[in-house]
Each structure stands twice: as structure tokens, then as C-alpha cells.
Design a protein around this ligand. Structure first.
Ligand SMILES: [Zn+2]
Length: 108
């Protein structure tokens, strides 16, 4: 098996291109590519998506547990309430935007 340098998919040893992402293994002279030159690339984009997703989840957890969407008392300490109104949309929308950007950034 030959792992794709772009997406990690396991291909047959005889494969010249990846079955999953069409990334080429072999250059004209028979040399193996070290990798396409990307601005961001699939590997960094994967990290961006993971980070975005974890921010999004953190924002939702704050919304539920801090915001009082449950049988527990709402935290109504003024400074914390003010902090939450800024923190919550920042984490949720920031995380969503970062996740979507990570999806696009694979091809950049
Ligand atoms: Zn691939």
C-alpha cells in the first residue's frame, strides 16, 4: 500500500494517482513528488477545521451551561453575564467560520 501525501488515503502500490483526491505520486522523470505547493494545504486545513469545531463546541457548551438552559441556576453575576454575551457569539460564529474556511483552505 502507498499512502497519498495529500490526503493520506491508502492506494495500491502500482497507482500513479490517488484514488481519492487525484493527487499524483509520480513526476515526469519518475521522481515522487514531495508535495504540491499550497498556501495552506490539506494538512493545515484539517487542523483549522478541528480548531474551528472545538471552538464551536466550546461556544455551545458555554451557551447551555452558562446561559442557564437547564435545571441549574443561571449565572447572573453582572460581569460574567456581560462577558458571556461577547464570548458566546464569538466562539460559536468564529468557530463556524473557521470550520468553513478550513473546508475551503484544503484547495488553497
Ligand atoms: Zn490523496
Amino acid at each position: 500500500m502507498k499512502n497519498c501525501p495529500y490526503c493520506g488515503y491508502a492506494n495500491y502500490d502500482t497507482a500513479a494517482v490517488c484514488r481519492k483526491c487525484d493527487g499524483s505520486f509520480v513526476a515526469q522523470g519518475g521522481h515522487v513528488y514531495q508535495g504540491k505547493s499550497y498556501w495552506i494545504g490539506p494538512e493545515k486545513a484539517k487542523h483549522l477545521r478541528r480548531r474551528g469545531l472545538s471552538l464551536l463546541v466550546l461556544g455551545l457548551l458555554i451557551k447551555v451551561y452558562w446561559g442557564g438552559y437547564g435545571p441549574w441556576p443561571t449565572i447572573d453575576f453582572p460581569i460574567l453575564v456581560t462577558l458571556r454575551t461577547y464570548l458566546e457569539p464569538l466562539l460559536i460564529f468564529g468557530g463556524a467560520v473557521l470550520y468553513l474556511f478550513g473546508w475551503i483552505a484544503r484547495f488553497l
